[in-house]
Design a protein around this ligand. Structure first.
Ligand code: 5AD
Ligand code: SF4
Length: 476
């Protein structure tokens, strides 16, 4: 590949290795060459996947704006196009590949720089494919290499070559990267990066690296600054928030961190994602203690069958999962619970799928993200025989969702005629005459109201229940 500068390519083997965590407090430096180049130029970012990617995109925006680029409202007027990708399932990847393919048309028309970042850039197979077949991609940037974006861009522009910089398995945490947040009232705050769980189906520990907890002082400072700026809601983010602090020199627990953040008096605090293996019941006690912690818990189940859970490497059984739910519901009767479930994992028998349904019926979830198993190259499960027919997977998926929908509707009925505080997010996407916002338990409600309520907390009475949202009216 004579036309490419390959600094590093991903290695799944290296990604598994644990490195010492090093916190970097230095700021990025922008050369005069790059600031001059950016004058009058615009950027556009596509973001796929989870909240961690959305937060990373805010940092990409911060870096690009520090260089001097301005945001473009549409892709056609952008000079820099960055796609922040997701690798968690094959269909997500196919969508991104289609998007990258479409950019060729634009590149043929004008001189643009196309950057591929995020989790797909961390996969060996994918990077090889991108290098081989997508010649219009200019920069491939790994999740550990975000801070290098200005240098790589400069290298690409000066040498007119493609640049590939993907380091696997870094122990770095960058504390001083600039960011431009998407919202002026809701913020994501990373508490830890990466994941140490290595569930057998999951690519995330390879794409995001081993778990690195941020220093609690840095997290609290970021939250305090957000409060000062008038933010109303903070969501603490980690692939597995419950193991927060286990890798720190001075051990620190998530329950303690949550307690400390809640004391800052931010009106709304929530957190994502929990793992039943590391979950401590103390977290529920802290939630109960602070009114500003939202009564909402996302606790991925993945499967309700103990043998499948073992094959998935989840490290808990259905009994342990249910014991957490039982305690949580006893202490917080109004707690809303959501989950992630995978159907059609290799060897999943019909009776085992029924165990998932049994558990789902016992919990009565308020919402759920359901997935058909998708083999990810390099993970242990991808080596297992994917022996469930697609038709069976789809049937199970439909059956599971039927039950979930019934439960959600039953749960929603209990909210009718009650009034709740709602943080107004904006205008409803489906009906421009309505506002939309979220209840403390994370449910969506649409209601009529003036646009100047966006970004405020108001009281809304629930009048109608639908499966995925509620309808309400403003209370005076
Ligand atoms: N196939 C299907 N679903 C997956 N998830 C993670 N990896 C896979 C996979 N290979 C789901 C899990 C996880 C959520 C973010 O995505 O349910 O909790
Ligand atoms: Fe993936 Fe499991 Fe880590 Fe969640 S806990 S990110 S499913 S490896």
């Amino acid at each position: 590949m004579p036309n490419a500068i390959i600094h590093h390519c991903p290695s799944l083997k290296l990604a598994r290795e644990r490195k010492e965590t090093i916190t970097d407090y230095s700021s990025i430096k922008i050369s005069s060459f790059l600031s001059k180049y950016a004058k009058g130029k615009k950027y556009y970012i596509y973001t796929h996947g989870c909240q961690a990617n959305y937060r990373d995109s805010e940092i990409f925006k911060g870096i690009l704006e520090e260089v001097g680029f301005k945001p473009s409202i549409d892709i056609d007027h952008a000079n820099i196009i960055l796609i922040n990708t997701c690798a968690v399932r094959e269909n997500a990847e196919n969508k991104v590949l289609g998007e990258i393919g479409n950019l060729k048309r634009l590149k043929n028309k004008k001189d643009i720089t196309i950057i591929i970042a995020g989790c797909m850039a961390m996969e060996e197979v994918m990077v090889n494919e991108l290098i081989k077949t997508f010649h219009h991609v200019d920069i491939i940037l790994g999740t550990h290499d975000i801070a290098k974006l200005p240098d790589l861009l400069e290298e690409h522009l000066k040498k007119d070559k493609r640049v590939i910089e993907v380091n696997s398995g870094s122990g770095y945490i960058h504390e001083r990267l600039p960011s431009v947040r998407d919202s002026i009232f809701k913020a994501f705050v990373n508490i830890a990066y990466g994941c140490d769980k290595f569930c057998t189906y999951c690519i995330v520990p390879y794409t995001r690296g081993r778990e690195r907890s941020r220093d609690p002082k840095d997290i609290i400072k970021e939250c305090k600054d957000l409060v000062k700026q008038g933010y109303l809601e903070i969501t603490l983010l980690g692939q597995n928030v419950d193991s927060y602090g286990k890798d720190l020199k001075k051990k620190y627990s998530f329950a303690k961190l949550l307690d400390e953040v809640a004391k800052l008096k931010i009106p709304r605090i929530s957190f994502l994602t929990s793992h039943p293996y590391d979950f401590s019941l103390e977290i529920i006690d802290v939630m109960k203690k602070h009114k500003n912690i939202q009564p909402y818990l996302h606790l991925p189940l993945q499967s309700g069958d103990d043998k499948i859970l073992k094959l998935m490497g989840r490290k808990y059984d259905s009994k342990k999962y249910l014991s957490i739910i039982k305690y949580a519901k006893r202490v917080m009767p109004n707690l809303s619970i959501s989950t992630d479930i995978i159907v059609g994992f290799p060897n999943e028998k019909d009776s085992q799928f029924k165990n998932t349904l049994k558990l789902v019926k016992a919990v009565k979830y308020d919402s759920a993200f359901t997935f058909i198993y998708s083999p990810r190259s390099g993970t242990p499960a991808a080596k297992m025989k994917d022996n469930i027919s697609y038709q069976t997977k789809v049937q199970r998926f439909k059956k599971l969702n039927e039950i979930l929908k019934q439960q959600m509707s039953e749960n929603n009925k209990k909210l009718l005629n009650h009034a709740f505080s709602v943080l107004v997010d904006g205008v409803s996407k489906t009906d421009k005459t309505m506002l939309t916002g979220r209840l403390p338990n994370n449910k969506i409600v649409n209601f009529k109201g003036n646009k100047n309520l966006i970004g405020k907390i108001v009281k809304v009475k629930i009048n109608e229940e639908h499966i995925y949202f509620l309808m309400g009216s403003l209370e005076k």
